[in-house]
Each structure stands twice: as structure tokens, then as C-alpha cells.
Ligand binder design. Structure first.
Ligand code: ADP
Length: 392
């Protein structure tokens, strides 16, 4: 059975197709600059990467092109072979605690939540509608970034602001990256050989978040109403005194929309260094003796450590800590700095094991009280697994 995972952005469409239940990756790719000039797409198949330039006026044309490529590359003989399409949706609010088959009601609820994810949810709807038109026989599912975090207890998701903000405006912590946290938590439990575990999962990418997971269920997470909470990220500020926002809006005479851009796109690693939002550039800067890079690296590491300490106490212990995503999987120096601050918990880095990138690996010494693992995340596979279970 062939299952497609889809991640639609406002001008992009990423996809990956698996043969299920074997979980064999067949083809993946990305359509970029949809609706903009100079659009193109890339496809990865049989270890080969192909790039083609073509006019992509909208997502429907991108799907039609995708279908043509699937047929031409003999991934499918006919459209009927595609049994399920899983769509990544960023914001599912309190409506969705798991992956669901899409119907009119689901679409209406995703649209209702547009206000909470104005860039992402409308793009997902565009992708869903285009897929339904081009591949109408497939079961279409919505996989929510927020769903995994719906098990958080009330005291961890209500903000200490007027309660009506929650009841009337849906203001609360929802979290994000749920598909990734769930994937690595499940994999960690497989490695530990049991499910009655307390885990801290650190998804450290351009966007970054930490979750506390007890018995496979999320009990707390660092992202909030939106992804701009918790850790310091590529260009997002993460946690800070909320009054900074109103104070600086007044000082700079900027609108809420302009402030939103400053906090989401001009802050974080980029804001402090005025150099780059990419950890590779920050790491290079540290090596060259750039003081701001060194400063932001220490800030980034401290914030991760704060969350690990918080969740360790909150869960009354921890069985394993997981690092994943671009930085978690690849930044040897970031992991080293984080783990070297955890000695008080009896956690010690195995320098040799940590000297690796993108591999599943135990990176702490055998005598560490809590093992730390690198587990590469695979959100597409998680989407395909969920979709397969609903489509089969
Ligand atoms: P997202 O999916 O949120 O865009 P990723 O999970 O791809 O982000 O992570 C991107 C981050 O990972 C960037 O900050 C990038 O610098 C970092 N990264 C990737 N490879 C390395 C590396 N070899 N060393 C340090 N950081 C890396």
C-alpha cells in the first residue's frame, strides 16, 4: 500500500512516499516558489536527485506534476495505488488529540484555527483541497503538530493571565513539533524495551522545543500558544519577560504585526549575533572568536539545560534524554556543552560517541545515571504510519 505524506507551506509542498507496512521510502521531494516566479521542484528517487524548473501557479498544478512524476518514474502505475495522503497541520487547537480522516468538519475546524497559525493553517488547507481534487480516491488525513501535547495537564497549559483569554480567545499552551517528539519518544521506549518511562525529548532545529513525556504521553512542552516560546531558536526569541514586548512597541512605535516579525524573524541566534540564524554559522563564529556567537551559544545551551532541569524535577526523575533535529542530530559542540552541564544529575558525556552526526547513538558513558541518546527524527514516517493505520 502506498502512502504519501505532505507538508504544504504557503509557497511550497514537501512530499514523501512510502510503501507500507514495509516502511520503504520510495520517492520524496519539494515543490518550491509555488505561485511565485522562477518556481521549480526537486525529486529524490533511487539515491538520485533531480531538479526541474517549471511554472507552478498553484498547489493543484504541483500535485498534478507530482502525479505525473510518480507515473513516469514507475512509482505507481495508476492513481488508485495511492491509498492514503497524510497532511501535516501545524495547529489543531484543543479539537484534535490524534490524527484524523479529513472531512468537511475537520476542514472547518482547521480554518477556524487560522487565527492561531496564520501562516501555516491556511497553507495546509490549500494543500488538502488540491490533493482532494487531484487524488480523490485516497483517504486524506490531518496530522497535527499540536496533537501529541493534548495530554498535558491543565496546570501546564493555562497561562496566568485573565482566565477569559482562555475561554473566549483560546489562549493557552498548545506546543508544536508533536509528531517529532512522539516519534523519538516511541523510538526511545523501543530502545529501553519498556513503555513505563519518563523521557525528556529535545527537538533542536531551526525551531526548537523540549518535551516531558511520561509513559509515552506528553505532560509538558516548551512551545506555547505559538512556536515562539521556550528555547532560543534560529530567529525566535523564546521565553522572556512579556512586558519587553509592550515596552519596545512603545519605544519603536511599531504595530503588533511588525513586532511579531521582530520576535519571530529577527530575534534568537540571528538577533543576538546580527550574523545568522543557522547554528553552523554560529559554531564557525565561535571558532573564530566572535564574542556574540559565543554569547548566544551559551544562552542557547543554558535555556535547554533549564528545561531539562525543570522537567527532571517535574517528572520526579528521568529515564533518558533524547536529542533530535538539525542541531540535536548534528551539532557535536552544542550537545557537548549541554551534557557537560548535567553532571549534577550523574550524566557524563562519552566524547568519542558524541563525535558523530545524524546517527542513532548513546552519547553518555555507561556509568551515567541517565542515558542521553541521539535519535534522528522522521516526521514524514510518523505521518505515513498514522495515515496507513487509518487507510488500511
Ligand atoms: P527546521 O526543520 O526547523 O528548519 P532543522 O531540524 O533542519 O530545522 O535544523 C536546522 C538547524 O540545524 C540549523 O540551525 C542548522 O545550522 C543546524 N545544523 C544542521 N547541521 C548542522 C551541523 N553539522 N552542525 C551544527 N548545526 C547543524
Amino acid at each position: 500500500m502506498k502512502i504519501l505524506s505532505v507538508n504544504a507551506g504557503s509557497s511550497s509542498l514537501k512530499f514523501q512516499m512510502y510503501e507500507m507496512p514495509e516502511e520503504k521510502a520510495l520517492i520524496s521531494g519539494n515543490f518550491e516558489r509555488i505561485g511565485i516566479h522562477n518556481s521549480f521542484y526537486t525529486i529524490k528517487i533511487n539515491g538520485e536527485k533531480i531538479k526541474k524548473e517549471m511554472d507552478l501557479p498553484n498547489h493543484k498544478v504541483a500535485f498534478e506534476t507530482l502525479v505525473k512524476e510518480l507515473e513516469e518514474n514507475k512509482v505507481v502505475d495508476s492513481l488508485e495505488e495511492i491509498s492514503g495522503i497524510g497532511h501535516r497541520v501545524v495547529q489543531g487547537g484543543a479539537y484534535f488529540d490524534k490524527t484524523v480522516v479529513i472531512d468537511d468538519d475537520v476542514i472547518a475546524k482547521i480554518e477556524e484555527l487560522n487565527v492561531l497559525a496564520p501562516l501555516h493553517n491556511p497553507a495546509a488547507i490549500t494543500g488538502i483541497k488540491a490533493a482532494m481534487e487531484v487524488i480523490p480516491n485516497a483517504v486524506q488525513t490531518a496530522v497535527f503538530d499540536t496533537a501529541f501535547h493534548q495530554t498535558m495537564p491543565e496546570e501546564n497549559y493555562i497561562y496566568a493571565v485573565p482566565y477569559e483569554w482562555y475561554t473566549d480567545y483560546k489562549v493557552r499552551r498548545y506546543g508544536a513539533h508533536g509528531t517529532s517528539h512522539m516519534y523519538v519518544a516511541n523510538r526511545m521506549n523501543e530502545i529501553l524495551g519498556r513503555t513505563d518511562t519518563k523521557l525528556i525529548t529535545c527537538h533542536l532545529g531551526n525551531g526548537a522545543s523540549v518535551s516531558a513525556v511520561v509513559n509515552g504521553k506528553c505532560v509538558n512542552t516548551s512551545m506555547g500558544l505559538t512556536p515562539n516560546a521556550g528555547l532560543i531558536m534560529g530567529s525566535r526569541c523564546g521565553d522572556m519577560d512579556a512586558t519587553v514586548v509592550t515596552y519596545m512597541m512603545d519605544q519603536l512605535k511599531v504595530s503588533p504585526a511588525e513586532m511579531d516579525i521582530l520576535l519571530n524573524k529577527k530575534s534568537g541566534l540571528l538577533g543576538v549575533t546580527n550574523l545568522s540564524s543557522d547554528m553552523r554559522d554560529i559554531d564557525a563564529g565561535v571558532l573564530e572568536g566572535n564574542e556574540r556567537c559565543e554569547l548566544v551559544k551559551r544562552m542557547f545551551v543554558n535555556r535547554v539545560v533549564e528545561y531539562i532541569a525543570k522537567y527532571y524535577v517535574e517528572m520526579n526523575g528521568c529515564d533518558a534524554i533524547v536529542f533530535t533535529a538539525g542541531i540535536g542530530e548534528n551539532s557535536i559542540t552544542t550537545r557537548r556543552r549541554i551534557v557537560n552541564k548535567l553532571g549534577v544529575l550523574g550524566i557524563y558525556l562519552d566524547e568519542e560517541a558524541n563525535d558523530s552526526r545524524g546517527e542513532e547513538k548513546l552519547i553518555t558513558t555507561a556509568d551515567s545515571k541517565i542515558p542521553c541518546y541521539v535519535i534522528p527524527t522522521d516526521e514524514e514516517l510518523m505521518i505515513d504510519r498514522d495515515t496507513y493505520s487509518l487507510a488500511k
